[in-house]
Design a protein around this ligand. Structure first.
Ligand code: AGP
Length: 608
């Protein structure tokens, strides 16, 4: 989704803004722009397409000045074009960048047009620039104009504003969309996330909902939703800056796939004590909350939803805890019955997904407590949940989620164990599962060695239009995740089915042009799965089966078996994810798509 960067400094800020935009590219966007105040006037440059197009334009027409704002736009209102790109201005006086959606913009636009304002874009953002101009012209100072304007907006937004009469000043506002302040020495910054500002600072202040901030080079003042001046804590960014570089890899996605042995370990190692899970890892309040849990409601979107589906098998199958899982965008818009003792678990890489956050806010008063499993410290879900378990995966830049997913699974397994102790999970079972988890990094490492075989296998997919993914039990959500990865980055239509559903419809699609990928469990479902494979084979479908040696699935005509390491059954969903990630990656590379920033997608979906 849209990315915001802003800076006020003694030095010229355009280089800082441009680098910030490059670092926000991973969020997904279709145009980019910048406005810089040069001591007298605001100069603006915008381009459709990549940040590089803006950089090329800046080479020919440099913007120099000590305060500025910049933006990558992911189109919502109005198609991607230079006119619709941010910053938006009202005349020459005020420039605005915005992330989010203004729901009442049509009404505001009509009123502004009656007052004589002309619009040069189809965006909802332009109303903000004109509202600011109108407020200032009617006598409000620059800051009150922002406060009044924000009060008239419905929807979710983060804003950055500069004004030509306010040398070196930057105003930021946050309501529903993420915005962080970077605290420098003699210079200060704003951005949609910390990654944008790492070259200039590692100290950050997270704005709360409804906050408005005024920044100069030397001072930051924050007002809360009630208009009171508040102190917001400054935190230090912990990850190494190399976490945001590709290193020896061609794409962030591949780098992140290869980080999984390390990050899955980081997701559990400090949380284990004497071969049992330490429940204090969930927060000081965790134990009394977990004592009262009667059921679990998991809410998430996309890949994080798939992690939730696997957790359901664990919560109900291992622990005997009733567990419901639903995508946030459905859950939040239907009347729901919340039973007493419900622990609401949100799962999210970014911690900013609009639907997931809204679902949490909607049910807050009706649930026992909320727990978030999240990868971004200081994100909205982390701040607004009662408990949190960080996935510790480090920044995930590739739009296609990989290491965030496997670390979510590790965290969900830890969660199952601590809550499950109060239900069916005995100490002996917990120790056995913890012992199995110790094998995880090595097993992931081993499955990464299949890389070159999978690269070869990817050739069978590159020219295809469709594909089918089958799984059973905990590997059914893994089939869903494999299909999602293939769709996202290689643009091949991929459908996932529980293998038992095959003859209830999808079998009609199977022919030589429909490769079928199967993840074969080592449990009592295996014989049933083998029967499903026969059904595909008999119809000329080409099968790719990921199975361990003990599964006894044989390669043959039209059946390609790719050997997985043997592993404890509990780890299968985590480890079987790896080859499917590699498959989607290699198919995308063969097709020449933009692996890290697939078309139309955004990393952090901050609008519904
Ligand atoms: C994953 O590959 C996708 N990019 C997407 O489905 C993602 O998982 C979804 O948008 C949820 O995001 P979140 O985990 O940040 O909440």
């Amino acid at each position: 989704m849209c990315g915001i960067v802003g800076a006020t400094a003694e030095r010229s800020v355009s280089g800082i803004l441009l680098e910030g935009l490059r670092r926000l590219e991973y969020r997904g966007y279709d145009s980019a722009g910048m406005a810089v105040w040069d001591g007298e006037l605001i100069h603006r440059l915008r381009r459709e397409g990549k940040v590089q197009a803006l950089a090329d334009a800046l080479d020919g027409q440099p913007l120099t000045g000590s305060a500025g704002i910049a933006h990558t736009r992911w189109a919502t209102h109005g198609k991607p074009s230079e006119h619709n790109a941010h910053p938006h201005m009202s005349g020459t006086s005020v420039a605005v960048v915005h992330n989010g959606i203004i729901e009442n913009f049509e009404e505001l636009k009509s009123e502004l047009m009656i007052s004589g304002y002309n619009f040069s874009s189809q965006t909802d953002t332009e109303v903000i620039a004109h509202l600011l101009d109108q407020a200032i012209k009617s006598g409000a100072d620059h800051l009150s104009a922002v406060k009044d304007t924000v009060a008239s907006l419905d929807g979710a937004f983060a804003l950055g504003v500069i004004h030509e009469d306010k040398p070196g000043e930057l105003i930021a506002a946050r309501q529903g969309s993420p915005l962080v302040i970077g605290v420098g020495i003699g210079e200060n910054f704003i951005a949609s996330d910390q990654l944008a500002l790492l070259p200039v600072t590692d100290r950050f202040m997270f704005l709360e909902e409804g906050d408005i901030a005024h920044l100069t080079r030397d001072e930051i003042t924050v007002w809360d939703i009630n208009g009171e001046i508040v102190e917001r804590e400054v935190t230090q960014y912990k990850h190494a800056t190399s976490a945001t570089e590709k290193g020896k890899f061609k794409h962030f996605m591949m780098k992140e796939i290869y980080e999984q042995p390390t990050v899955t370990l980081a997701a559990f190692q400090d949380r284990i004590q004497d071969a049992l899970v330490n429940e204090r890892a969930f927060g000081e309040q965790a134990a009394p909350i977990f004592d009262q849990v009667k059921q679990i409601q998991i809410i998430a979107c996309g890949t994080s939803y798939h992690a939730g589906l696997i957790a359901k098998y664990w919560m109900e199958g291992l622990a005997g805890i009733p567990c419901h899982v639903e995508v946030a965008s459905e859950y939040r818009y239907r009347p729901v019955v919340i039973q007493e003792g419900t622990l609401f678990i949100s799962i999210s890489q970014s911690g900013e997904t609009a639907d997931t956050l809204a679902a949490l806010r909607d049910v807050k008063d009706q649930i026992l407590a909320s727990l978030t499993i999240c990868n971004v410290p200081g994100s909205s879900l982390v701040r607004e949940s009662d408990l949190c378990l960080m996935t510790n995966a480090g920044p995930e830049i590739g739009v296609a989620s990989t290491k965030a997913f496997t670390t979510q699974l590790v965290c969900l397994l830890l969660t199952t164990l601590v809550i499950g102790r109060r239900f069916k999970i005995t100490e002996a079972l917990e120790r056995q599962i913890v012992e199995s988890m110790m094998l995880l990094p090595a097993l992931i490492e081993e499955s990464l060695q299949m890389d070159s075989d999978i690269e070869l296998m990817s050739q069978a997919f590159a020219e295809k239009q469709h594909s089918l993914f089958l799984g059973r039990g905990t590997l059914y959500p893994i089939a869903m995740e494999g299909a999602l990865k293939l769709k996202e980055i290689s643009y091949i239509h991929a459908e996932a089915y529980p293998a038992g559903e095959l003859k209830h419809g999808p079998l009609a699609l199977v022919d030589k042009d429909m490769p079928v990928v199967t993840v074969a469990p080592r449990n009592d479902m295996l014989d049933k799965l083998k029967a499903n494979l026969q059904e595909v084979s008999a119809r000329g479908g080409e099968l790719f089966v990921f199975a361990g040696c003990t599964q006894k699935v044989q390669s043959g005509e039209g059946v390609h078996v790719l050997g997985m390491p043997d592993m404890p059954e509990i780890l299968e969903p985590i480890v079987y994810t790896i080859p499917l990630q590699l498959l989607s990656y290699h198919v995308a590379v063969l097709k020449g798509t933009d692996v890290d920033q697939p078309r139309n997608l955004a990393k952090s979906v901050t609008v519904e």
